[in-house]
Design a protein around this ligand. Structure first.
Ligand code: ES4
Ligand code: ZN
Length: 326
């Protein structure tokens, strides 16, 4: 039998990935040094000791703090290149990458700096890494809709190479309805629309993301399992749910991988895929997520292949690119 380590990974599309969540501790220290930024950690081990989270907010606090090292276009480009290089080893052949522009604007980093830094690398990702890519501007739901609308208008005015918009950050207390005008504007501009829903928030947030925001995919969506009627609807609509198993464990949305609803979601016929979310923070990339699903909960090869196909079909890639990958 071939050892697991040398088996080629399944070709997948990564549909739920925050580029800022790919900043590995080593790169955080390297960028801090390059930019003359004093980090509040003495060394790598002290930084690594902070990666124990109790909920989404406890993670977001560290995630936003670590972004302080991203100052120049080159920083954003280096982060993006590091992700693509690692993702290629994980079997990722297409990636739809979220960027949080407001998290950089609020630190005095220009929109052009973060967008152009990431986009300059995405423009060559297929040639250099064999990974086709799309950029998604994600909006922070704990900020106002007016702030999001202002940033979206700027992105449109600068003709930023974005394929769609997303909605992330602190979910509970910031329901989809808060962003009705933002998503209407994005649809009017011909952009794809996705939103985090049902990670920590209730099933009603998933329903509202579908009905009020007219989203084409749900990020996470795991709490749909509390509402059988919603599950039936999601199955009938073939609605993609971008599930992030290791993220859910690390953020305590589920107690352990053994308690994860993914097998039940598959059994219900939901269109689920496996994604890494913030791989530098949650213990691994897409291949690590699949490896733990296989070894810890005994997920079958059939289900892994099915979810890999789901990821490609649920992407916003061209029909030609999908045909290449399927
Ligand atoms: C996120 Cl896991 C998760 N949930 C919501 N917002 C986020 N931003 C980055 N990772
Ligand atoms: Zn996410």
């Amino acid at each position: 039998e071939v050892p697991e380590a040398v088996q080629a990974p399944l070709p997948v599309a990564e549909l739920h990935l925050h580029i800022e969540g790919t900043l590995e501790p080593e790169l955080i220290f390297a960028l801090a040094e390059r930019n003359g930024i004093q980090l509040p950690y003495a060394d790598l081990d002290e930084l690594r000791s902070r990666y124990e989270f109790t909920d989404l907010q406890s993670f977001l606090d560290l995630y936003y703090a670590n972004m302080a090292v991203l100052r120049t276009e080159q920083d954003f480009a280096d982060m993006t290149r590091a992700y693509l290089s690692r993702a290629a080893l994980a079997g990722v052949r297409h990636a739809e990458i979220m960027l949080d522009p407001q998290a950089h604007l609020s630190r005095g980093v220009a929109l052009e700096t973060c967008v152009n830094g990431v986009a300059s690398v995405l423009a060559v990702s297929e040639q250099e890494f064999g990974i086709s890519t799309l950029l998604i501007a994600a909006f922070l739901r704990d900020l106002s809709e007016d702030s999001a609308l202002e940033v979206l208008e700027k992105l449109l005015a600068m003709d930023a190479p974005i394929a769609g918009i997303g909605l992330d950050s602190a979910e509970v207390g910031n329901p989809p309805a808060k962003f009705e005008r933002l998503f209407a504007r994005a649809k009017d501009a011909g952009l794809h629309r996705i939103a985090h829903a049902g990670e920590e928030g209730p099933p009603s947030y998933i329903i509202d993301a579908l009905e009020i925001l007219d989203v084409e995919r749900i990020d996470h969506g795991i709490r749909c399992m509390e509402d059988p009627e919603l599950v039936e609807r999601l199955v009938n609509e073939l609605m993609p749910l971008t599930v992030c198993p290791l993220s859910n464990v690390r953020l305590r949305a589920v107690d352990t991988l053994n308690e994860h609803p993914l097998p039940a979601m598959l059994a219900a016929g939901l269109n689920v895929s496996v994604n890494s979310d913030d791989p530098a923070y949650f213990g691994g990339y897409v291949d690590d997520n699949f490896a733990q699903l296989r070894s810890v909960i005994g997920l079958s090869e059939f289900d892994c292949v099915r979810m890999a196909a789901n990821s490609i079909r649920s992407s916003f890639a061209s029909d030609e690119r999908k045909a290449e990958l399927l």
